[in-house]
Design a protein around this ligand. Structure first.
Ligand SMILES: [Zn+2]
Length: 241
């Protein structure tokens, strides 16, 4: 899957590809703009393609490309496209290099598919992908119970994005960037981390719950990966009034 695309000169481009077997790989596409080469669509951002890599002395190039899925509906929708670009930035930040990334690729493709087809709400797919990617990359939060008193659930609990831990409403306070969670939002946050892969996106939550869930997942990624995601800021700028 193409997760980044940069033009080089008039004919060529450099792409970052999330591959099953080798994680994120950078490769040149020579003559990408040449219509006769047929490589344009298959090496465009977000395309899921069958690619043939050629290993040069110090770089890879793509000698043959055939698109398998290009998410046409998504491309025609500015808002969905912005979210998809954020997914690509997440992939670039989180996915491994030089080793198998099969699970990462499946997760991202599945997320795109759900948004492309409108099967799940964007506000639900996004935090699932964020939290699951962080967990897969080794940043598994501890959402079992309040770290002070051990209570499992309470009407109000705080999620601390810096440490990935919880405190209940009695033990915690709204400090250190804590995100307050209702019971439903906490259940959903736990689900994004602990649910089986096949059930990851299978739940529903109120608008308010989704708002809190997104706040928690965004804060967690910002702390764990120590960066502001530019594409996320852009997506939020066009979706939030
Ligand atoms: Zn407590």
């Amino acid at each position: 899957m193409i997760i980044r695309e940069q033009n080089i000169g008039e004919q060529d481009k450099l792409v970052s590809v999330l591959t099953k077997s080798h994680g994120v790989v950078k490769a040149f596409v020579r003559g990408a703009k040449n219509i006769k080469s047929g490589k344009g669509a298959a090496t465009a951002l977000l395309s899921y393609s069958l690619l043939t890599f050629h290993e040069g002395r110090d770089s890879y190039s793509i000698s043959d490309a055939r698109a398998l899925r290009i998410f046409p509906k998504l491309r025609g929708d500015v808002r969905k496209m912005c979210l998809a670009q954020y997914f690509c930035e997440l992939a670039l930040t989180v996915c491994p290099r030089e080793k198998s990334a099969d699970k990462y690729l499946s997760l991202i493709l599945n997320s795109l598919y759900l948004i492309d087809e409108g099967i799940r709400r964007e506000e639900l797919v996004k935090p699932c992908l964020e939290m699951r990617l962080a967990a897969m990359a080794g940043y598994l939060p501890d959402l079992i119970m309040c770290r002070e008193c051990g209570v499992y659930t309470a009407p109000l609990m705080f999620f601390y994005p810096r440490t990935g831990t919880l405190k209940c409403g009695s033990c915690g306070a709204k400090t250190d960037g804590a995100v307050p969670l209702t019971e439903a939002a906490l259940t959903a946050l736990r689900h994004t981390v602990y649910a089986d892969d096949g059930k990851l996106f299978s739940f529903s939550l109120s608008d308010e719950g989704l708002r809190l869930l997104n706040r928690a997942s965004e804060a967690y990624l910002r702390c764990r990966f120590e960066k502001e995601f530019k594409t996320l800021n852009f997506y939020k700028a066009i979706t939030e009034p």
